[in-house]
Structure formats: C-alpha cells, structure tokens
Design a protein around this ligand. Sequence first.
Ligand SMILES: Cc1cc2nc3c(=O)[nH]c(=O)nc-3n(C[C@H](O)[C@H](O)[C@H](O)COP(=O)(O)OP(=O)(O)OC[C@H]3O[C@@H](n4cnc5c(N)ncnc54)[C@H](O)[C@@H]3O)c2cc1C
Length: 358
Amino acid sequence: MYLCPMLDYLVVGLGLAGISFCEQLEENGKTFHVISDDSQTSSSVAGGLYNPVVLKRFTLAWRANEQLELAMPFYRKLEKKLDITLDYKLSVARRFNSIEEQNLWFEAMDKPFLGDFLSSDIHSNTNPNVDASHGFGTVLKTGRIDTENLLSTYSAYLAEMKRLTGERFDHRILQITNESISYKSIKARYLVFAEGFGLKKNPYFNYLPLNGNKGEYVIIEAPELNEEKAIKSSIFCIPLGKNQYKIGANYNRNSTSNKPSKNTRKELLQKMEQFIRCDYKVIGQVAGVRPTVIDRRPLVGRHPEYCNLYVLNGFGSRGVLIAPYASLELYRFIEEQKPLPGEIDIERFSKKYAKNQL
Ligand SMILES: Cc1cc2nc3c(=O)[nH]c(=O)nc-3n(C[C@H](O)[C@H](O)[C@H](O)COP(=O)(O)OP(=O)(O)OC[C@H]3O[C@@H](n4cnc5c(N)ncnc54)[C@H](O)[C@@H]3O)c2cc1C
C-alpha cells in the first residue's frame, strides 16, 4: 500500500476541540490531516455563548478569566483568516424572579474576581413583550460565537487544502508503533482524538468517565420581540438577528441521541412563555450531546500505554471558552513537554484504566 509522506499529526473530529487544535498546528507550521464525520453535533448546535459567570450559582466559571483572555484573540484571528463574522457582542441579562435573587446578585458582586463581570446595578425591564418585573442583572464581557458558521467555513477551508476527509474513523484498522501511527494511507507521528461524545466508541479512551448530556434548542421567529440581549431565565432566549431567537437549552442525562424531541419542544416553549409575551413561529429545532465529565473538567492528555495517542475532550457546556485554552495546553504538552495542569490531565483517571485492563 502507498503511504503518503509522514505527517506531524492526524486529528480525529472537527468540532470546537478539533478546530482549536488545528489552529495550534497551523500557527506552529505542523503538517496535519483531519478525519471527521457528522455523528456528533454538539459544536454546530451550541448556543455559542461565552459567559464567564455560572448564573445558576452566581460563581465565576472555572478559570474563566484566563480562558477569556485566550479566547477573544483566538476568535478574532479566525474571523480575519476565514473572512467571516464569528463574535457577536451581546449582553447576557439574568432575569430575577424575586427580591431574594436580586440580593444574591449584590452578594455575588463582593466575591473575589466576580465583581469585574457583574453590573453594579439592576436594570428594569423596558421591553413590553418581556415579562421581568424584578428586572435584570447584566453580565459583562459576554457574547455569542456563531459556531455553526465557524464549523462549516472551517471545514471548507481545510477541504480546499485537501486536509480534511469527511468519513467515520474506524479505530479497528489503526496501526501503532513506537514512532508513528498509520491509518489507511496516512502516516503521522501523533494522533489526537477530538471526538466529543463519540469518544464513547473509541476503544483507546472509552475508559474515561465521559457522561453525555443532551441539549436542545427551539428556534423561533418573533418580529415583535425586538430584543437585543440574551435573557437568562429558567432557559435562555438568545437573539440571532433577523427576528430569530434560540430558545433553550435543556439538560437531559438520559438520552444520547442527536434527534430533537417533541416533548422537549413543548417543555422549552412552556418555559419561554413564562417571560416572552408576543406572537412567534417555530422555525426549527436542534439537538446535540454535550461531552460532560464526572468532575466537570476537560479530558486532555496522553494514552497511558501508547505514547503517540492523545485526547482532547470533555468541554461540557462551555466549549467556546475552554477549547482555545485546552488545545494550547495539549500542544505545549506534546511539543514542549510542558506538564498539563493536573485538573485537566487524564492521569487523574489512571486507576480506571488499570481496572479496565484487568
Ligand atoms: C444544546 C447545546 C448548547 C450548548 N451551548 C453552549 C454555549 O452556549 N456555549 C458554550 O461554550 N458551549 C455550549 N455547548 C457545549 C459545546 O457545544 C461543547 O462543549 C463543544 O461543542 C464540544 O466540542 P467537541 O469538539 O469536543 O465535540 P463535538 O462538537 O461533538 O465534535 C466532535 C466531532 O468529532 C466527530 N467524530 C466523533 N467520532 C468520530 C469518528 N469515529 N470518526 C470521525 N469523526 C468523529 C463528530 O462527528 C464531531 O464532528 C452546548 C452544547 C449543546 C449540545
């Protein structure tokens, strides 16, 4: 069989994880090829919000400051390179249900680092089609990345350079030696798996405790709503432009399907009608499985046995902010031997691997 010249990397999976890692490779002049299919949809259906605050608990998201600093120039650079708009600046407004919730907001402002991200006053509602009698608190430094556009444009970009094969990766025919991996006609020094929830079917890394969490959005058209901020109540209402809004998402640990369901659509619309009061038309519904981990930290690192196999996964519900950070850490780990932060290193699950081998 004819083998192409040895590449530096083969990457499996082109969601937010795969794209961010490819960007590291391009920036550093590495040669690579990507194999990806459409079995997982998490990155393409995501709300795309970046928001450093966990609005349920009024706490700062894990390493949010650091991630935000890396993510903003990362998406700006991609916008330039692909000549598209990805970053839509919009406020995220937490709708208060009660005076108690308003008080929690003020308490949160005194927590370390959180004050930088929370508006110091409460804004009253001015939109007649929104019900929010207790007003809103605004999160600062937030926005929406158009992940759907990013995925389709980036795929086309790689395809044009003949760096993308759109097919399912078959783990059974992978060959591994100490120096390289071979897959069909591709030979590379390293293989990085960025398969999202597809990791469950990867025999090399499926010992890792990845739990899927299905999420769905209903997309509506509401010409009278005229809302520019993303409103967070029990669910989000995210403006997409052209009178369209994403409504959701829900969290369902019991399903691993990417198919939208009628029941969820009903549930989301009922929740929406508690705070949106105008006519609307449903124009779409999307679903995907978030790659969530037991300890809510990414899964990054080297296979315990095969030193040229790596994993980049476990971004949960915050892929937009985590992806640039985790891919930089992985790149430095492989190329510069910089140790991974313990919280994200899959070493923390080495006992699970050992148990699996018994
Ligand atoms: C409903 C919903 C809303 C969300 N909203 C937000 C949000 O507002 N903000 C935010 O930051 N995050 C959000 N997230 C989370 C975010 O989308 C994820 O963290 C992120 O998309 C994970 O990216 P990934 O690249 O790891 O996985 P994926 O996006 O799943 O990409 C993996 C890719 O690998 C491919 N693949 C898998 N197995 C194989 C194989 N064997 N062969 C070939 N290809 C394979 C898949 O088909 C897919 O293309 C949301 C997620 C969902 C589901």
